[in-house]
Design a binder for this molecule. Sequence first.
Ligand code: GDP
Length: 196
Amino acid sequence: MSVIIQNATYWKSFEKYNQIPLDECFEVVFAGRSNAGKSSAINALTNQKKLAHVSKLPGRTRLLNFFSVGDGRFIVDLPGYGYAKVPQRVRRDWPEMIEGYLLDRETLVMVFVLVDGAIGPTPLDAQMLDWLRENEIPHTVVATKSDKVKSSKRPARKRDLAEGCQLDPGDVGWVSSTKGDGIERLRDLVRLHLAG
Ligand code: GDP
């Protein structure tokens, strides 16, 4: 089975997860607070300038957006959480549909949680991670925008961000979508999870 992330194409969007027709497939999910850098990371991974903009088109921002990267292999872009101005529980911001999808979808092999590396994790990110842990949903934290952190401050920032996520620094991936740092590594990881 060949998975070529750079060949990603938009497949379909779904409003309800039980409308997704395929059940013999593998998919990885990208989740994150709005503005965390999720679209930029998907575009960098796929080496396409506008692919993830599909998810930001009117009417698509609350949907599960599927991108095909090989036969029965998908990257799923989830709606950004955290629209509310004040921090609320993730579940109130996120439609039940998305929770249902994350809880029940057996073909989902990994949730990549993108956290803004310059400012995160926010309380919403922490709540999201708690929820994933409570529900034993496999997930990996990827910190974005590493280029925005001065190199002199990087070690401390990496420590603080990991601590805020209740992880060891070595368990958090770091990427810069604008500079390309860490993208190849993340691409390899995505490919590995989708290899089945
Ligand atoms: P999304 O809402 O999570 O999809 O976030 P976007 O990908 O649209 O990014 C939100 C903002 O952060 C935009 O202004 C991007 O240009 C900026 N951004 C995203 N990734 C990076 C990065 O790696 N470095 C820098 N400096 N800015 C970034």
